[in-house]
Design a protein around this ligand. Structure first.
Ligand SMILES: Nc1nc2c(ncn2[C@@H]2O[C@H](COP(=O)(O)OP(=O)(O)O)[C@@H](O)[C@H]2O)c(=O)[nH]1
Ligand SMILES: Nc1ncnc2c1ncn2[C@@H]1O[C@H](COP(=O)(O)OP(=O)(O)O)[C@@H](O)[C@H]1O
Length: 193
């Protein structure tokens, strides 16, 4: 069964509470292990330091809606008036080209991945407590409205951990990255000696 999963490619679905370190951890590990990500499209305004194509593919509402009507999205969600979605073609291409891929999404997309891909979708839930998110974001001069948005969804987001295959509290970044990395590697074929 495991070899079938490998042959078809794995999807690490990184989810959890916003601001908990999902992007930071996923990117560190991906760089090390050579995993590729599928980047979501969004209609939200880019924040300072966000990079087109790396953080998101930023598009207009009209372009998003047109693509949605044309059936181009694997899934979409509306959060605080902004649309987010992963395109089917991007997902299919990534799965063709890479043995393992990852996505960073909220619970709606995580459920969708699980439903569609079953055992090939491994949900990794990363969280920290509300107070810590606030302290970390404020220490990095995150705009107050962004912090508010993150915290507003905390309760609904944190309860999803019970449904995920793996759950990590991100207290120490190095330690969490190591644990997530070990977990991901446990799904990968052992390299031949
Ligand atoms: N369902 C779904 N969620 C997404 C998608 N892309 C991003 N997200 C999640 O939606 C939320 C977007 O909130 P935002 O404030 O923009 O957070 P950030 O982009 O993680 O800093 C985050 O939890 C993302 O991980 C997607 O394509 N589908
Ligand atoms: N263990 C940690 N300790 C302190 N700061 C952290 C830790 N993990 C992540 N961060 C910081 O917290 C902020 C939010 O992380 P980010 O990866 O953007 O979260 P998410 O993708 O879950 O919204 C970033 O500024 C990041 O550098």
């Amino acid at each position: 069964m495991m070899s079938e999963q490998r042959a078809q490619g794995l999807i690490f679905v990184i989810t959890g509470t916003s601001g908990s370190g999902r992007k930071t951890i996923a990117r560190r590990i991906a760089e090390e292990l050579g995993f590729s990500s599928v980047v979501s499209y969004t209609t939200r305004t880019p924040r300072p330091k966000e990079i087109e194509g790396t953080d998101y593919k930023f598009i207009s509402r009209k372009a998003f809606i047109d693509a949605d009507i044309a059936g181009e999205f694997f899934q979409t969600v509306e959060i605080d008036g902004n649309f987010y979605g992963i395109k089917r073609a991007d997902l299919e291409q990534a799965l063709r080209e890479h043995e393992s891929i990852y996505v960073i999404v909220n619970r709606y997309a995580a459920n969708r991945f699980k439903y569609e891909f079953g055992d090939r979708a491994i949900r990794i839930f990363i969280y920290v407590n509300k107070q810590t998110i606030m302290e970390r974001l404020l220490a990095r001069q995150t705009p107050a409205d962004v912090v508010d948005n993150y915290l507003k969804h905390y309760i609904e987001e944190v309860s999803y951990r019970k449904q995920c295959e793996h759950v990590f509290e991100n207290i120490d970044l190095q330690q969490t990255s190591e644990s997530v990395r070990t977990t991901m590697l446990s799904y990968m074929p052992t390299p031949a000696n």
